[in-house]
Every structure is written in C-alpha cells, then in structure tokens.
Write a protein that binds this ligand. Structure first.
Ligand SMILES: [Zn+2]
Length: 421
C-alpha cells in the first residue's frame, strides 16, 4: 500500500511538472460560433486544451506568453475534402508505374504541407488501399507531422464508375483492394470492411466524375436502393457518409438516402437545393481547382476528354454553388486537394467569397461548419474552452481581404504545439 501511494505521489508530481500553460494575447479573434470578430482577447491553454478565452483574463505567472496582439486569430482551418496521400504528376505514370507503396512513402510530405498551410484538420475522402488510415495513425502517434485526420479509406463505387479503372482494355488488370461494390450485399460488405480497417467515415460515388475516363460527368452510378443501403449500413456502425455527386439525379438520390454531405454538387437544381435544406445536408463544393486543372492537366498528360469534362463542369459548379449558398444550404469547406498541389488549400477562400459568401461565412465553412459535418464540434472548429488548441494567426484583416489567409499566415498551433511562429 505504501509503495502504491509512493507511486501515486511520483505520478502526480510528474504530471504537475509536465503541465504547460500558454497564454496567447490575441488582437482580433474570430468567434466562429457567432460568426463575428472580437477585439482584445486572451486565450489560456493548458497542455493541448484551451481552458479559457476572454478579455481581461489574468495570465498565470508560470505561463509562456505568445503575443499576437497585432494579428488576426482564427481557429485552425478544416478542409473537408482532401486526398492527402497523393497528387498527380503524370497520368500514365501515376496509373501504371506507381504502386500503393510509392504513395505510402511520400504521403507524409503532403500532410506536412497541409498543416503548414494552416489546416489543422482534414476529412480525407478516398485514398488508395488504406494509406490514409496508416497516415492518420502515424500523425496521431506523433511520429510524423500533419493535420488531425478523419479518413474514409477506399472510395466505394460501382463497376465502371468513377471509383473503377476506366478507359483501358479488358485485359489490363490492376490489383486493387476493395472500392468496387455492386448490389446491396457487396455494398454492405465493403462498408463493413472499410470500418473494420479503421475508416472514420464512408465515401461513395453517387454519380460519374471528371478525372476518370467514363463518358458521362453526371449520370447516377448507384440505384436508390443501393444508396439507401450504403447509408443504412454506415449509420448502423455509427459512421457518416459523404457522396461524390456531380449529377442532378444522383445528388437527389444521395440526399434522400441520408448522406451527411454532397461533394461537388455541380449540376444541382432547385429541387435538389430544397431537399438539401430540408434534410440539413452539407454542400462541399471544390470551386477553386477548376483553374488549376484547366491550366496544368494537359501538361501532366491527362486525356483531352477529361479536360473537356472539366471545362463543362467548372463554371456551372461555381454558379450552382452561389445559388445553393444563397438559398441557405449548409456549406462546409472542401477543396479536393490532391487534384491540385497540397498546401494551396486556402486558395479556395477567394472563390467562396467571389461566389456569394461573406468572409465570415467562408471562415465558418472552414471551421465550425466543417467540425459539425465531421461530427467533432465538441473538439474542434472554434477557439473555446475545452477544445483542442488548434489556432492560427494571419497578418491583416480577412474581413477586408480574405486572401490574407493564403498569403499572410504567421502562426500555426495544432494540439497545443507551435508549428510556425
Ligand atoms: Zn475528391
């Protein structure tokens, strides 16, 4: 008993010794819950958790003080649509000369770049094999540097869909774990398999896509029954579902099935917008990367067919984003990073403001709304007591010029650890 008490004493002592207190003096601070900027705030952080936020707070004598009183402080940013494990280098080489092992050994580079862009959390929606799960685990264990990740594992799609290999001879066989599932039984099995290996959410293809060689951009690729089962099965395991959906009909099927978010949403119509409002479905529209694809993808060897599809989609997607936002559909920030180079995730803020959001709404999309979509609103998405100390600072005023987030990032803290100062 004495020995136990002694051990308890030692443990308590070592806890007391390792508790670090940090105080951040904030100039302007973005209150993401209320969508307003407030002045003269102090943030007190104990280890990795925010313990107090307010004006005229007493700073503890043993605190390390970080003076950001001339900066604008924002919650750590959240990108809800990344493919953080890779990015395109050459169409044919990426498809035929790289294996999942090549992807696995380089993924950490992109994770670091993403964090260094101020994104302290990402929802990663589709990775080859289970590289995303290994990456998430290595980041959580502190072995490598990157954002906290919520990951989907392999994208689930029908035979011939956006999630399948398209445009090649039937004699070209590529070994691929999971991802192709047809009919309700295979869908249930694939959902369960992804969850078994550690997926935090399920991502599936409700309609055709742009960056693969199937003919259509927007045709539905699962029946209503199949989508219903996708959501029903994931829900049973306590997981949310994200649907890749460009096409008008597929968007509606996915919303009716009960997905948490529509990714892309390019050809949404008024009925789809009303359905999303009724169901509280988030729209995650990647409205920056069109510029990058049209400027760079021919050089990367992508077939003209794919580039033409992008030309068809990009502009319409931006206009429909504006319509949906104006109608009051819930918006979360998601960029499809990995389609363009990782680390440029903040470039989309400019387009979200150009296409109808106020700067405050755009930042809410990338903080509190994103946290809500992920299901982690109790841990991230605002600078408030009890949440992880995920905090960034920028020079200048994003209310007047939203691009300061991409151009003038001066400070990054994730989980209480400073990565940029
Ligand atoms: Zn994507």
């Amino acid at each position: 008993m004495k020995k136990l008490l002694f051990l308890l004493f030692i443990t308590t002592l070592s806890f007391a010794q390792t508790e670090t207190i940090t105080a951040i003096k904030a100039g302007k601070l973005f209150d993401s819950e209320r969508g307003i900027f407030v002045d003269n705030q102090t943030i007190i952080i104990k280890n990795n958790i925010i313990s107090e936020v307010g004006s005229n707070l007493k700073i503890p004598a043993n605190a390390t003080v970080i003076d950001l009183s001339k900066q604008t402080i924002l919650p750590g940013l959240i990108d809800c649509h990344t493919h953080i494990t890779s990015q395109p280098e050459n169409y044919m080489e990426d498809l035929f000369r790289k294996s999942p092992i090549d992807i696995a050994v380089t993924a950490h580079i992109y994770a670091k770049r993403t964090l260094e862009a101020g994104f302290t959390t990402c929802r990663d929606v589709g990775s080859i094999e289970y590289v995303d799960i290994a990456l998430r685990n290595a980041i959580n264990a502190g072995k490598i540097v990157g954002p906290r990740l919520y990951v989907a594992g392999p994208y689930i799609g029908a035979t011939g869909s956006h999630g399948d290999m398209n445009g090649f001879s039937p004699y070209v066989k590529i070994h691929q774990i999971g991802s192709v599932a047809d009919g309700v039984d295979e869908i249930r099995k694939q959902v369960r398999t992804n969850i078994k290996y550690g997926a935090d959410l399920i991502k599936f293809g409700a309609t055709a896509g742009v960056l693969t060689e199937e003919e259509s951009v927007g045709a539905p690729q699962y029946s209503q029954e199949e989508m219903n089962v996708m959501v029903e099965e994931a829900t049973m395991w306590g997981k949310k579902v994200a649907a890749h959906a460009h096409g008008t009909e597929g968007i509606k099927r996915a919303v009716k099935a009960g997905v948490a978010s529509i990714e892309h949403g390019s050809f949404i119509d008024d009925e789809g917008i009303q359905l999303m409002k009724q169901k509280g479905t988030y729209l995650v529209a990647d409205i920056y990367n069109d510029d990058y694809i049209l400027a760079e993808y021919a050089k990367l060897g992508f077939p003209q067919k794919i580039i033409e599809k992008e030309r068809l989609v990009g502009r319409t997607q931006r206009e429909n984003f504006q319509k949906a936002a104006k109608a009051g559909v819930k918006i979360a920030y998601g960029t499809d990073s990995g389609v363009y180079p990782h680390g440029d995730n903040a470039k989309q803020f400019f387009y979200m403001v150009k296409y109808g959001l106020t700067p405050a709404q755009a930042i809410q999309a990338a903080t509190i709304n994103a946290a809500d979509l992920i299901g982690a609103k109790d841990k991230i998405g605002s600078i408030s007591a009890g949440k992880f100390a995920d905090i960034i600072a920028v020079d200048g005023n994003p209310e007047q010029d939203i691009t300061v987030i991409e151009k003038k990032l001066t400070f990054i803290m994730k989980d209480g650890v400073v990565y940029k100062k």
